[in-house]
Write a protein that binds this ligand. Structure first.
Ligand SMILES: Cc1cc2nc3c(=O)[nH]c(=O)nc-3n(C[C@H](O)[C@H](O)[C@H](O)COP(=O)(O)OP(=O)(O)OC[C@H]3O[C@@H](n4cnc5c(N)ncnc54)[C@H](O)[C@@H]3O)c2cc1C
Ligand code: FES
Length: 360
């Protein structure tokens, strides 16, 4: 009798477990789903995972600088059916117009049912790369140039202004870095990286990476790039490592004989924060329609600075006229971009002529 009761309980438990597994297979995570991309590509999926991870397994890479923690807002993707309601974690990153259009954070959405998504063709170009570090050079006390040669695949086609994501080995950390080199060098990429105290990726890049190391990266990403079909006069504004994508854009324009008039404002605190000054001074000498305006907000007395002073917003404000017919390219911290956008708006720059990447 004593032995009989535990056996019955065990039997009931096994039966319940069996029913749950069966239900899960019929209704839940392991049932086959179809993910349709741009109404043509259909992918069969048997596991339930986030849309971001599901796409990565298919080698379709969506930008994801925070690794899926819903803090970067870069992994946006238009889902036309099968995603359910927007989650509270997505709310801070989506405008009303985006929500209405079905835009979601792909790291928060799970593929539980058949799903239809739309991806820009550009996004389908992003790939995973292995690259060899060929140079790490100090540009200032807290900014380095990182140069890599692509190994596998050995070339990347990118637009001037776009970025790649570098992986930190062992930490499952990936971070976005704008490509600072000329897109004509398809087998070599340069990055300009500012050290963030206690920052995971920048500590790795500034203090651990060595020439000869192999690193992993994905790309290219981003909708911040030179509008090639426009001939509008350009105003570029950058601070700190925000110089990276602007340098790529300017080297691209230089190769084409600087076909557009460009004024480039670069904001720094004091002279020790300036770098590549000679490179842009040379560009000024070569092209009458290019002007470089470095400005210091807090020059040291020893700097003997006779250039522009003040916050970059103040300098842009006093040196800029009406912008209704011009294009602006901005890169730097979110605070700097927001402040610049206000100034540019005051100078009548239309929204659709303003392009920026916030280094958040
Ligand atoms: C599209 C895009 C392009 C970018 N391009 C570049 C680039 O070309 N060069 C470059 O240097 N960076 C660039 N960044 C920023 C970069 O992706 C990282 O966020 C930055 O390097 C910090 O990474 P981390 O892992 O070292 O710091 P984390 O470990 O992520 O952060 C450590 C701590 O520092 C704070 N923190 C993070 N970033 C900053 C910051 N910039 N200033 C002050 N505090 C910070 C965090 O809130 C956290 O408390 C870009 C970002 C985006 C979204
Ligand atoms: S990956 Fe950063 S918010 Fe989704």
């Amino acid at each position: 009798m004593n032995l009989f009761i535990p056996l019955i309980i065990l039997g009931v438990l096994l039966l319940i477990t069996g029913i749950l597994i069966l239900l899960d297979q019929l209704l839940g995570s392991n049932k086959e789903k179809v993910l349709t991309i741009n109404n043509d590509t259909k992918i069969k999926i048997n596991q339930t995972d986030t849309l971001l991870n599901t796409l990565a397994k298919e080698e379709i890479f969506i930008p994801s600088a925070c690794g899926g923690k819903a803090t970067c807002g870069l992994c946006k993707c238009k889902v036309t059916s099968g995603a359910g309601d927007t989650l509270p974690t997505e709310e801070p990153f989506l405008s009303e117009a985006e929500k209405e259009a079905g835009v979601r954070l792909s790291c928060q959405v799970k593929v539980r049912d058949d799903m239809h998504i739309e991806l820009p063709l550009d996004q389908l170009n992003a790939q995973e790369y292995k690259a060899e570090v060929t140079e790490i050079k100090d540009l200032t006390y807290d900014i380095v140039l990182l140069r890599v040669n692509l190994i596998e695949p050995d070339t990347m086609d990118f637009k001037p202004g776009q970025y790649a994501q570098i992986e930190v080995p062992g930490l499952e950390v990936i971070r976005a870095y704008s490509i600072a080199s000329n897109p004509k060098h398809k087998d070599m990429l340069e990055f300009i990286i500012r050290y963030v105290p206690k920052g995971k990726a920048t500590t790795y890049i500034h203090k651990a990476v060595m020439v000869g190391d192999t690193i992993s990266l994905t790309g290219p990403y981003g909708d911040f790039y030179l509008q090639e079909d426009s001939d509008k006069e350009m105003i570029c504004i950058a601070g700190g490592s925000g110089k990276a994508p602007i340098r790529s854009i300017l080297s691209y324009l230089k190769d084409r004989g600087m076909p557009r008039k460009v004024t480039y404002f670069f904001g720094a605190r004091s002279k020790k924060d300036l770098y590549y000054t000679e490179e842009f001074r040379e560009l000024e000498k070569e092209f009458d329609n290019f002007k470089y305006v470095p400005a210091l907000s807090d020059p040291d007395p020893d700097d003997n600075w006779d250039g522009e002073t003040g916050l970059i917003t103040e300098v842009v404000d006093r040196m800029t006229g009406d912008l209704s017919d011009k294009e602006a390219y901005l890169c730097g911290s979110p605070g700097m971009i927001d402040a610049c956008n206000k100034v540019l708006e005051d100078h009548n720059l239309p929204d659709e002529q303003c392009f920026y990447d916030k280094f958040s």
